[in-house]
Design a protein around this ligand. Structure first.
Ligand code: HEC
Length: 152
C-alpha cells in the first residue's frame, strides 16, 4: 500500500470511530424526527404502490421498488422508538413503552405483511395476488396506528 493510501485509510477509520461514538444515542428530538422521516418514506411507498396495484399507473418494474421500500422501512421500525422520544409534536402514545410486547406484536405483523408483499411482487405474481398482499400491508399500518398513535 502506498503511504498516501495508508494515510487515507487511517483517516477513514478515525472518522468512523468518531461518528460511531457520536451516534450512539441521539437526542429525543432527533430520534422522533428520524422516526417521522421513516414513516414519511412508508407513506410515499404505500401511496405509489397503491396506484400501481389499482392499475392507475403502469407497473414497469417499479412496484417491486416500492414493495422493497415498504419492507426495508418497516424492518427498521424496531429501532426508531427510543424510550423518551414521544416529545414535541410526537403522536406516539406512551402505551408503546408501557406494553412493549403488544407493540412488538403489531410491529411483527407489519414486518411479515411487508415481507410477504415484496415476495409476491418479486415472484412475479399476478396483480390480484399482489393486491391481496398489499391490503394486508395497509391493515398492518392501520393496526399499529389505531393502538399506538394519537387518533386522527
Ligand atoms: C409498529 C407500529 C407502526 C407501524 C407498523 C407503522 N406505523 Fe406509522 N406511525 C406509528 C407511530 C407510533 C407514529 C407516530 C410517530 C410520532 O409522531 O412520533 C406513526 C406515524 C406515521 C405517519 C405520520 C408521520 C408524520 O408526518 O407525523 C405516517 C405517514 C405513517 N406513520 C405511515 C405508516 C405506514 C404507511 C405504515 C405501514 C407501511 C406504518 N406507518 C406502519 C406507528 C407505526
Amino acid at each position: 500500500m502506498s503511504r498516501k493510501l495508508v494515510t487515507a485509510v487511517a483517516a477513514i477509520f478515525a472518522a468512523s470511530a468518531i461518528s460511531f461514538s457520536a451516534f450512539a444515542e441521539p437526542s429525543a428530538e432527533d430520534a422522533q424526527q428520524y422516526r417521522v422521516s421513516i414513516m414519511t418514506t412508508l407513506k410515499g411507498h404505500i401511496g405509489a404502490a397503491s396506484m400501481i396495484v389499482r392499475g392507475i399507473i403502469a407497473d414497469d418494474g417499479h412496484l417491486l421498488a416500492h414493495a422493497e421500500g415498504l419492507k426495508n422501512g418497516v424492518a427498521e421500525l424496531h429501532r426508531v422508538f427510543q424510550a423518551g422520544s414521544n416529545v414535541g409534536e410526537s403522536e406516539a402514545l406512551p402505551v408503546i413503552w408501557e406494553q412493549p410486547e403488544k407493540f412488538a406484536a403489531a410491529l411483527e405483523k407489519s414486518r411479515l405483511a411487508t415481507a410477504e408483499f415484496a415476495k409476491v411482487v418479486a415472484d412475479g405474481g399476478d396483480m390480484a395476488a399482489a393486491g391481496a398482499a398489499f391490503r394486508n400491508v395497509g391493515m398492518s399500518c392501520r393496526g399499529c396506528h389505531d393502538d399506538f398513535r394519537v387518533a386522527h
